[in-house]
Ligand binder design. Structure first.
Ligand code: ATP
Ligand code: MG
Length: 561
């Protein structure tokens, strides 16, 4: 979507359209994505990334990537790296406008001095607990701090000494002087700076006072001349403060606009909880394919296009809601169906011996790489006397609706022959091998006499197949809203079966030419990708998603209701 005319309408784009009409920002559209580098990004961030960068693209504007790194204790360089990688991978470009809020520390401090000189801020000796006790409630006004009426000179002197390191953590804070009876609690003399003797990933030990979020964020937006500062709904109550600060110091003021955050069923979406899962080793790192992190989804095999499409289809709203995980998977399937090459692989191998096929003979059959993409072409797959099929494609004593292989029945082995099962060989009661016959007249899988079979199954040649470990994933949690369960820890609802590892699966030879993260379909089984744990000696494959579109099914059921 390049042309301005094709820009879809939602309430944010409507505001921007209006601002463009009135020339509020000289026709500019400039957004930013401002992550705090205290964890890896998740799919909720993807929504914000797609929104901010998407709007910039649609309007021919700009979008900055800005690290909101004002909080020294929690931030880590490693997260900066991973966030950069994730935004790039999603397909967005900040065109060199990569900024760190900490680069503005000097300027933020100068503005605080200005505010203090103007009598709009004071240094308070109350500690955090006392400040909170005097803050009042929604129904009760707060109480002025006894230090509120210090002179501007005294405040300035104390602020400078705070900066110079004369005070211990928590001993003093700088507060804005607004109104302790204000109906909006955020306006009751909010803290602007706190003393914190901590090293910062960017500024080292230069600072021992650090700005609070509400003070810093608007300044960052203003310094970068952002036009529309998009944030999630919980900041709606902070907007008056955002505006107040910028008006008091008399600088350029962007428009803050709030939208609903993305929530997904069967997972958690807060960095704090994700960190708990990673640090507690409930999962294997931030890029564990079961996590809703962008790095996890990448490793799982989700494509950037499918995530962008998902974010665009869920849209932008003013009310919080929860999106079905099935819908995300639907978007993933939708994209992979068009783009993923097809292969054959057997997850639970059962050996098949073709009795009437010569030992040592090999025939090559032509297989379609992607029926949805004619340009993807074909490949050759070898057929030989010993094959593997999926264990569940055979039943010795099948129920009525089972149309796959059973003794005496003929089925199609995809791309090759019609095959009839003659006998099942058992060991200790378990079927260990099938003896089958092909009809040599059915090369390619179709009978010249036109007779039909009721099913087509996949297979691989035992001589040519290669071994792989396949990791199957299920929901990470057993309930839709693990974080919202009464009197319970979200970790109590972890699904013990969220990861299943299948050893010695048999897969088509061509799989070995794929690289880590390459995505593909195993016919009839789902979409998969090569895991980054793959080595020269061992192929590791992740199942991205099954083929069963439960979301489409849900939609159908609802329509029929
Ligand atoms: P979390 O609550 O997961 O810890 P956060 O809001 O603290 O996330 P930030 O790094 O501050 O994380 O977020 C960067 C940007 O991403 C912010 O503009 C924030 O509003 C947005 N964002 C975070 N989570 C979501 C979400 N679930 N849906 C939409 N936008 C989100
Ligand atoms: Mg945040």
């Amino acid at each position: 979507m390049d042309s301005k005319n094709s820009v879809q309408k939602d309430f944010i784009r409507e505001i921007i359209n209006k601002d463009l009409k009135t020339d509020k920002y000289d026709g500019r559209v400039h957004t930013r994505f401002p992550p705090e580098p205290n964890g890896s990004l998740h799919i909720g961030h993807a929504k914000s990334i797609c929104l901010n960068f998407g709007i910039a693209q649609e309007y021919g504007g700009k979008c900055n990537l800005r690290f909101d790194d004002t909080n020294p204790a929690k931030e880590e360089k490693e997260y900066v790296k991973s966030i950069i990688e994730d935004v790039k991978w999603l397909g967005f470009d900040w065109e060199g406008r990569l900024f760190f809020a900490s680069d503005y520390f000097n300027q933020m401090y100068d503005y605080a001095v200005q505010l203090t000189k103007a009598g709009k801020a004071f240094v308070d000796d109350l500690n955090a607990k006392e400040i909170s006790e005097k803050r009042g409630t929604l129904t009760k006004p707060g109480i002025n701090s006894p230090y509120r009426d210090r002179s501007a000179e005294e405040n300035l002197d104390l602020l400078e000494r705070m900066k110079a390191g004369e005070f211990a953590d928590g001993e003093k804070v700088l507060r804005a002087k607004i109104d302790m009876a204000h109906p909006n609690l955020n306006m009751r003399d909010p803290v602007v700076y706190r003393v914190l003797h901590a090293s910062h990933h960017n500024t080292g030990d230069k600072w021992c006072i650090y700005p609070m979020y509400d003070w810093a964020h608007g300044l960052e937006d203003s310094i970068e001349r952002i036009t529309h500062s998009l944030c999630t709904l919980e900041f709606e109550n902070h907007r008056p403060l955002y505006d107040w600060f910028l008006i008091q110091i008399g600088v350029y003021r962007p428009q803050q606009i709030e939208f609903a955050r993305l929530n997904l069923t069967f997972t958690v979406m807060s960095k704090r909880m994700l960190l708990e899962l990673v640090e507690g080793k409930y999962v294997h790192g931030w890029d564990d394919p079961r996590l809703p992190t962008i790095s996890g989804m990448r490793r799982r095999g989700y494509s950037p296009a499918s995530i962008r499409n998902f974010c665009s289809r869920i849209g932008i709203a003013k009310v919080n809601s929860i999106v079905d995980f099935e819908f995300l998977e639907h978007c993933v399937r939708d994209d992979l169906n068009k783009t993923a090459p097809r292969f054959m692989g057997v997850l639970h191998p059962l050996k098949v011996v073709i009795e009437n096929y010569p030992e040592g003979k090999v025939e090559e059959f032509e297989a379609v790489n992607n029926p949805e993409d004619s340009k993807a072409g074909t490949r050759k797959i070898p057929f030989s006397k010993e094959l593997y099929i999926e264990r569940e494609d055979f039943m010795e004593d099948p129920p009525k609706k089972f149309y796959r292989l059973t003794p005496g029945r003929e089925v199609r082995f995809r791309y090759s022959y019609l095959v009839t099962c003659k006998e099942a060989i058992k060991k200790n009661g378990e079927v260990v091998e099938l003896i089958c016959n092909i009809d040599p007249e059915t090369r390619g899988g179709y009978a010249p006499d036109g007779r039909k079979v009721k099913s087509t199954i996949h297979w691989v040649s035992a001589a040519y197949a290669i071994d792989a470990d396949v990791r199957l994933y299920d929901r990470l949690f057993t309930v839709e809203d693990p974080a919202g369960q009464k009197d319970a820890d979200f970790k109590d609802f972890l699904n013990p079966d969220s990861l299943q590892i299948l050893k010695s699966c048999k897969v088509e030879t061509s799989i070995k030419d794929l690289k880590p993260l390459d995505r593909f379909q195993f016919e009839r089984l789902g979409y998969f990708c090569i895991d980054s744990d793959t080595t020269k000696d061992k192929i590791v494959i992740n199942r991205t998603v099954t083929l069963r579109d439960t979301w489409a099914k849900l939609q159908k059921q609802q329509m029929n209701k």
